[in-house]
Write a protein that binds this ligand. Structure first.
Ligand code: GAR
Length: 204
């Protein structure tokens, strides 16, 4: 099957609220794309039910069933390519992707992260922000490269940290911002008119 950039593969590990934001944006026409498949490494991921409710093909691929990251990633690539996926969107997918995966989708893997990268990469970004005492944090959509949370930035949105915030209250405000920014950033990537200049995603 040939690859069509507008055929999205969404990878999840959990609740799938960002997946839902993408589903909603496709359904109401803000995002001119088709979600070809939703893949989860966790069988209990709430996002799988959201996908099924929207009539989207789902796949559960258990990472514990594979001996190596590469073996797992080859299976992921096969599931996505079999459905003609051209753009991969990570939406709370809590696994690192190997060069095996990234080479199959050059400049075509996006991730959303709940901080203003390069601040607070990795796990628990909202807790990291609270503990560090920053006054502003936010969300970042970026291309995925071989380093953790480090690829070229497509879009960012700032969220103020309040004095009485906990990691949980801050996470819920950042999540609202994520739901807005992720479909917009995907649409921007699909619509073209941009190029990569080193690390910078610039308008052409
Ligand atoms: C989101 O906050 C997303 O930014 C974060 O996981 C959450 C998934 O929520 N991702 C990362 O931290 C990746 N490093 P969701 O399943 O409701 O979309």
């Amino acid at each position: 099957m040939s690859l069509d950039l507008r055929r999205l593969g969404v990878l999840i590990s959990g609740r799938g609220s960002n997946l839902q934001a993408i589903i909603d944006a496709v359904e109401d026409g803000r995002l001119n794309a088709t979600i070809a498949v939703v893949v989860s490494n966790q069988s209990e991921a709430g996002g799988l039910a959201r996908a099924r409710a929207a009539g989207i093909d789902t796949v559960h691929l258990d990472h514990r069933a594979e001996a190596t990251r590469e073996a797992y990633d080859r299976k992921l690539v096969a599931e996505l390519q079999a459905r003609g996926v051209g753009l991969v969107c990570l939406a709370g997918f809590m696994r690192l992707l190997s060069p095996t995966f990234l080479d199959a989708f050059p400049n075509a893997v996006l991730n959303i992260h709940p901080s203003l990268l390069p601040a607070f990469p990795g796990l628990d970004a909202q807790r990291q922000a609270c503990e560090h005492g920053v006054k502003v944090t936010g969300a970042t959509v970026h291309f995925v490269n071989a380093e953790l949370d480090a690829g070229p930035i497509v879009a960012q949105v700032a969220v103020a940290v309040r004095d009485d915030d906990t990691a949980a209250t801050l996470a819920s405000r950042i999540l609202e911002a994520e739901h807005k920014i992720y479909p917009e950033a995907i649409a921007r990537v699909l619509d073209g008119g941009w190029s990569l200049a080193g690390r910078r995603v610039i308008t052409t």
